[in-house]
Every structure is written in structure tokens, then in C-alpha cells.
Ligand binder design. Structure first.
Ligand SMILES: [Zn+2]
Length: 299
């Protein structure tokens, strides 16, 4: 098999949140796409590995994938060792992707940044002729890093406005994770909550390029542009970023003082979009350990 795009992820349901819209869009453009999950999420509170893999195959149909595989490496204990690198390199030789999408190299979950490191090194190893005399060497031409789990300016954003709903359908195929149930309910939001959260993130990145929904990517190399007259995305960028707070729309005081529209009517919903999860410091000086940074867009 020779894929045009292969996304390598730590867990089933990662790509559905990070780059699934881009995979759908590439498939709709006629490219052969695939996803290789390294683990089956066997340390997850909900669902068995077998259920997670079955759900990922159902999600793969929504993503219009030509290939979906799972290497059954240990979840939450992912290691970048020689056995893992050789296993992944062999799979890359088999699938021969031109473009590989990896998670960004920093992140909250160790499996995510380890997947990035492991994926990068396996792509390199895969191109070495003497690695294995029985398979053809193959080194992907391009590696992209999906930036959704981090809070850095992307190298570029893909417009997924037309693919967003299909990506949601793919994610909701993981009924063990996003269906109703008590186990781990603090960790596993219900459908409406996850829909709003993902829409807010996609809306933020879409706004960076003037479209409804977007997915962010980072590349290590400079991007070549042949025609500067045809460059898309109007200057200057339209957003102003303000740190607000917490899991909900949180600190009303900060919200009101930062946004003139909400100071007149604090209970009305201002145009705010989530940027990232993680440790943030709110302008009200509260230090949050599980905060959310929002952006306010002027009307
Ligand atoms: Zn994950």
C-alpha cells in the first residue's frame, strides 16, 4: 500500500480531535489516507481495548480512511525504545506514506510527545537501506505536527469548515468514551459538552485564517511560496487575545473588565473562544492549574 497521508497517534480518538478534518478533506480531494494508532487505550477508565479498536474502525469510515491500524503498544507507558522504533519503521515501509502527521512534540500526556519522538525517529530509520534487507526503504517526504493540544502559533491552518460535522460523527463513534455513563464522568464529558468544546477550538483556529473551522499544524522547515500575490488570509490578523479563566466561562470580573460588550451585560455570552488547556494565570491574579485560555474577538 502506498498512502499519501498517514497520521500516527498515541491513542484511538486522538486524530478525531486533532487532524481528522484534514484527513477527510484530503480523502475528498482523492488522496489515500490512513491512521496508525500506537496503543488501544488499555489504561482508559472506560471501554476495553477490543471495544476501542472496533470504535476506531467505525470512526475510520467517517474519516474516509483507506487504512486504520493499531500496534497495541502499552498505553500510558509508551516508550521510545529500539523495539518500538523498529516496529513502527516496518509499518512505515509497508504503508509508504508521502506525508506523516505526528502529534506536537510538547504536551500534557507523555504518550503524545513520546509518539511524536518515536514517529520522527521511525520515519528516519525507515529510510535506511540496511535496516532490513527484506523490505524496501522508505522515508516520508514531509512530516507535519498537529498543534491542537498545544498553545503555539501554527505554521498553517487547514480550513475544515465543510468537514467539521463529519469529524464530529467520527469522534462520537467512540461510544465507550463519549456515551452516557458514570465511570470517570468528570474526565469524560457528554456529547453536547464535547461538541461545544471542539467547535470552540476549531472556531478559534478557523478565525485565524478567516474561515469557520480550522485545524492547526506546525512544520519545522520554512514554507516555500511561489506566488506572493495569491497569498490567502487577509492582514492584519483580526483577533486580540485575552486571558480569561477556568473550566466554564469562569471569572466574570475579568470577563467584564476585559470585554466592553460583557461589562454592559455580564450574563450575556461574549464572543470567546478556547485556546488551550493547561496552567494559566488569569489577569485577576488567580493561578489556575486546570485553566482554559480564551480569546476575545472584537465585534
Ligand atoms: Zn491521546
Amino acid at each position: 500500500m502506498s498512502l499519501d497521508v498517514l497520521a500516527i497517534a498515541a491513542h484511538p480518538d486522538d486524530v478525531e480531535q486533532t487532524c481528522g478534518g484534514t484527513l477527510i478533506r484530503m480523502a475528498e480531494a482523492g488522496y489515500k489516507t490512513g491512521v496508525l494508532d500506537l496503543t488501544a487505550g488499555d489504561m482508559g477508565t472506560r471501554g476495553t481495548p477490543e471495544e476501542r479498536i472496533a470504535e476506531s474502525e467505525a470512526a475510520g469510515k467517517h474519516l474516509r480512511l483507506q487504512f486504520r491500524g493499531n500496534l497495541r503498544m502499552p498505553d500510558a507507558r509508551l516508550e521510545n525504545n529500539i523495539a518500538a522504533r523498529m516496529t513502527l519503521a516496518a509499518k512505515i515501509r509497508e504503508l509508504q506514506p508521502r506525508v506523516v502527521i505526528l502529534p506536537y512534540w510538547e504536551g500534557r500526556h507523555p504518550d503524545h510527545y513520546r509518539c511524536c519522538e518515536l514517529g520522527y525517529e521511525a520515519c528516519f530509520l525507515s529510510g535506511l537501506e540496511k535496516l532490513d534487507p527484506y523490505t524496501e526503504p522508505h522515508r516520508p517526504f514531509k512530516i507535519l505536527y498537529s498543534g491542537l493540544y498545544t498553545n503555539i502559533k501554527p505554521s498553517f491552518v487547514v480550513d475544515i469548515s465543510a468537514q467539521f460535522e463529519r469529524r464530529m460523527s467520527a469522534l462520537l463513534s467512540y461510544t465507550s468514551q463519549y456515551g452516557a455513563g458514570d465511570a470517570g464522568s468528570d474526565l469524560f464529558p457528554q456529547e453536547q459538552e464535547i461538541r461545544e468544546r471542539l467547535a470552540a477550538i476549531a472556531r478559534f483556529y478557523g478565525n485565524l485564517i478567516g474561515v469557520r473551522y480550522g485545524e492547526p499544524f506546525i512544520v519545522k522547515e520554512a514554507m516555500e511560496i511561489a506566488d506572493i500575490v495569491a497569498l490567502p488570509v487577509r492582514s492584519p490578523a483580526s483577533e486580540s487575545t485575552v486571558c480569561l479563566s477556568t473550566k466554564t466561562f469562569g471569572c466574570r470580573k475579568t470577563l467584564a473588565s476585559s470585554n466592553p460588550t460583557s461589562s454592559r451585560s455580564p450574563s450575556s455570552t461574549p464572543r470567546i473562544f478556547l485556546i488551550s488547556l493547561g496552567k494559566v494565570i488569569c489577569p485577576c491574579r488567580r493561578i489556575l492549574t486546570r485553566g482554559i485560555v480564551f480569546s476575545i474577538f472584537p465585534r
